[in-house]
Design a protein around this ligand. Structure first.
Ligand code: NCC
Length: 276
């Protein structure tokens, strides 16, 4: 497997990864019941044209980074799962434009998800690991975590907050590109929320700054900036092909190596600014 140049790789990502949210016209969701729950506006319409965007990983190395102000200076900020802000503003900022969550959180941690104020800010997006290149119908019958009830419940209690379901096609289109550009066979599991969030922002923004996805000099075995839990797999990956995702982001990074080392910051172009 020969590695593509950064320019070619960006074109592959732009042209082969279809970032869409489930709409009321899609397959099993085209029922009158689902029309009441799915947002009427597309994600694009909801966010508008975004200039500089930030993606904030949940890595422990964000601790003592003092990146908060820099992160908040972006037009939009994407965060993951249950990553908190309260008490961590100095390091991670306080703006939340989009929160990308996995279906496990929405299902297994349902009580927290439905009850905690953390989730009431910004646009929510949930994704679920689907079988390899499965049709939406097949996935709908057998999602990895059955988050649909929890989704509906949240939508009924927060009807004004935009909340999307990521079309599961995207994860395997992205995985194929990760595999084609890796020298080894990678695990047949979908990319991490981190990698999905990066590509979502590349479709919405002119430029994307990604924080502590490529670890800085603060790299640590502490999994999250908001917990004391130690596990190397959080940074290197186990279920998700995280190491391969990081190699790919490093390859297309347009920022300086020092920005990675000092700030844990990688800078990627939005797809609008990619010429093929
Ligand atoms: O830990 P998680 O990820 O929520 O982190 C979000 C994204 O940040 C990047 N990250 C995180 C920690 C770290 N040390 N280095 C990093 O680069 C990764 O890109 C990661 O995707 C997930 O991807 O959804 C994940 O979710 C958790 C967990 O389900 C949620 O936090 C909800 O509680 C998973 N952990 C477990 O299942 C135990 C994790 O494997 C993946």
């Amino acid at each position: 497997a020969a590695k593509l140049s950064p320019e070619k790789l960006l074109c592959q990502l732009r042209d082969r990864v279809n970032v869409t949210m489930i709409q009321g016209s899609d397959g099993p969701f085209d029922t009158s019941e689902w029309q009441q729950y799915l947002p009427g506006k597309s994600l694009n319409e909801t966010v508008g044209h975004l200039g500089r965007c930030a993606v904030v990983s949940s890595a422990g190395s964000l601790r003592s980074s003092h990146l908060g102000q820099e992160i908040d200076s972006h037009d939009a900020v994407l965060r993951f799962n249950g990553a908190p802000i309260k008490g961590f503003q100095e390091d991670v900022g306080q703006k939340t434009t989009i929160r990308l969550m996995n279906s496990q959180l929405v299902t297994v941690e349902k009580q927290q998800f439905l009850g905690e104020a953390l989730y009431n800010t910004g646009i929510l997006i949930v994704w679920d690991p689907a079988p390899y290149h499965a049709e939406i119908h097949e996935w709908y019958k057998k999602p990895d975590y059955n988050f649909f009830e929890s989704y509906k419940l949240y939508r009924s209690t927060h009807p004004e907050q935009p909340f999307y379901i990521l079309n599961p096609k995207m994860q395997w289109q992205l995985w194929d590109i990760l595999q084609e550009n890796s020298l080894e066979e990678i695990q047949p599991n979908p990319p991490s929320s981190g990698m999905l969030g990066i590509v979502i922002m590349m479709t919405l923004c002119d430029e994307v700054d990604v924080y502590e996805f490529l670890p800085s000099k603060r790299q640590t075995d502490i999994c999250h900036y908001y917990q004391r839990f130690h596990d190397r797999a959080c940074t290197m990956g186990a279920y998700h092909p995280l190491l391969f995702e990081k190699n790919l982001v490093k390859h297309i990074n347009q920022g300086a190596d020092d920005d990675i080392y000092i700030h844990g910051k990688a800078t990627l172009p939005g797809f609008r600014n990619v010429r093929c």
